[in-house]
Every structure is written in structure tokens, then in C-alpha cells.
Design a protein around this ligand. Sequence first.
Ligand SMILES: Cc1cc2nc3c(=O)[nH]c(=O)nc-3n(C[C@H](O)[C@H](O)[C@H](O)COP(=O)(O)O)c2cc1C
Length: 339
Amino acid sequence: MSSDNLHIRNLEITPPLLLAPMAGLTHSALRTLLMKLGGVGLLSTEMLSARRLPTENPMISPYLIRTDVEQPLSYQLFVTRCEDVIPAIDALHRFGADAIDFNLGCPAPNVRNAGGGCLLMNETDTVRQMISTARRVTELPLTAKIRLGESLDKNKLKNFCLMLEGEGVDMLTVHARLRTEGFMRKPRWDWVGYVKEWLHIPVIANGSIFSVEDAKICLQVSGADGLMIGRAAPEKPWIFAEIARELYNVDILPQKIIFPEIYAHVLRELKARFRPERRLGRLKEFTHYFARNYSFGHHLASAVQSSSTVDEAWERAVVFFASNDAEGLSVLRKNESIR
Ligand SMILES: Cc1cc2nc3c(=O)[nH]c(=O)nc-3n(C[C@H](O)[C@H](O)[C@H](O)COP(=O)(O)O)c2cc1C
């Protein structure tokens, strides 16, 4: 296994477990939960439009709201035009970013149609210009996130990765799937291993890590310097702590996970900092993943999905917990009455 110490520029990522950027999911409410449970070395925002960033208000934008405990925090840029790079990076300096990530891997049609995400893996010259521009104007760690490309083409992938490294990218995350591959296909962690062999900068493996065992195998197969975890973060937010403890010997005591408490944390944080119209969609998105912890979780997901306010969603969630997790609900109530 690779070393546990990951440094990029002045940023230490300990343990080398990274939260994946996920639209609608990796906001302040989830990030504070992850910090509470422990084990995350680097948090992330969701992708942020480089074009819009300079005019966003970080105190009210749901994409930018953050608290002091959410650090280190990487901000991911979704960028389509080189001229947006400098104003976006100026804004990220103002917002106190700890690292800046370039989204070069997103396959979503709306992102590709806008000329961003994984489409950029075919636009080497544009990306070269974007990265070299960014490198000139920031001392912050610059990272990039890619997929394997359109087809399994080692030469093409190698040249693209070497270009990124050559232009000054400090760390590269590889989501080990092709552009056209959905989540059903097994990720090709061995391909992350090829990238690792080609580059001198740290390489992070991403794709379908849902357990300590997955993490172990992924590290063995890829030889990666660290792991990035996406969907398992809202599904099992304690997964970082488990992997940190088991694979990186981080001293985090095992905690009893009380599902209703986890759910209540996210709701509370959404209500504390997000404007009313920004809460429900995020709660629904989180519930979609979190409900998988219950055998009848689809009942929870659909009850929340059809709610019109977060308070209604919470009332319905409580009804669900009462019949599916009475013990968890009573622990939540007891702890809330102590608080
Ligand atoms: C709902 C959702 C939103 C996502 N949004 C982004 C994004 O904003 N930027 C990005 O680079 N990748 C995005 N991704 C991809 C994830 O970062 C990650 O690469 C992918 O989910 C694979 O990791 P996982 O198997 O651990 O989930 C998103 C994935 C999901 C499921």
C-alpha cells in the first residue's frame, strides 16, 4: 500500500481519503456531518460554474455556504472557457479555498453540451491553456478529476495525464470508468494503476468504494496514493472513519451509528444555513442514498420525495423510523432532550 502521508504544496491530506464532488449532495450539511464522524482528509464542494462564481455571494449561495469546521475544502470548477479561469480563481481566493479542482470527467449531457466535463478530455489544447493560466495565478494546490476517456486508449490517456502534470496539476483523481459507462459497470481500478505508473504526482482512485474491503482491494489493485468516495458518503457517512481506522490506523473510536440521528443532523444543518427554498431538494437527494440503510428504505425515500416542505419530510421520516427503527428514534429523542 502507498504511504499514508499525502502532501500537495502546503496542503496535508490526512488520511488520504477524499470526498468526491457531487452536485446537490456535497454541501455544507453533509460536509459537517462527515467532519463530525471523522476520517475525511479533504472535503469538496460540488462543481461550481466558473462563469458564475465571481458574482456569487458565499454567505447565501447554497453551493458556497460553509462553516469553519469544513476544512480542508477543495472547490471544484466546472469551466468551459479559458477566459473564465482567472476571475473564478480570484473568487476562490476570496472564498478561502484550500485547493482547486478542475472537473474534466463529468459525463452529464448538460455539462458536456455546455462544453465542459469529460468533453474537455478531447480538447487537450484548451485544457492545457486553462491549467497553465490557473497555475500562473495561484499558489493553491491545483488538482483535476478525470474519467478514463471515450474508449480504452492507453496512449491517449497517458498523453492527457502527462499534459496535466506538465502544466502544473498537483494531484489527479481518476474515476475508473469510461465516459459512456454508467455506475453499473465495475470500475477499472487497474487502469488507475497505469496512470499511477506514468505520473510523479499523487494519483487518487475513485469509483464504487462502498466498504473497507472495497477500499483495500482498490488500493491493492491500483497502488493509488489515496481514495475518493462519492455515493457512499451520503449512504454511509461513517465510511471514511471506518476506512481511516482500518487501513490508515487513524485513532477514531468506533461509534454506534444511530440512523435517525444522522438524518436529523442533515435536516438541522440544512435548516440552520440554507434558505427555505434550498432545503427540500437537498434533503430529498440525501434521502435517496441514505434510505438504502433500511430494508424498507424505499418507503422512506418515497415519503420524503412526495413532501412539500422539510418539516413535512421530517414528520414522515419520524413515522418511518417509528416503525422501522424505534430504537434509533428513542436514542435520538433521549439525546435531544439532554441537549
Ligand atoms: C449525484 C451525483 C453528482 C455528481 N456530481 C459531480 C460533480 O459535481 N463533479 C464531478 O466531478 N463528479 C460528480 N459526480 C461523480 C462523482 O464525483 C464520482 O466520480 C462518482 O460518483 C464515482 O464515485 P462513487 O462510485 O464513489 O460514487 C457526481 C456523481 C453523483 C452520483
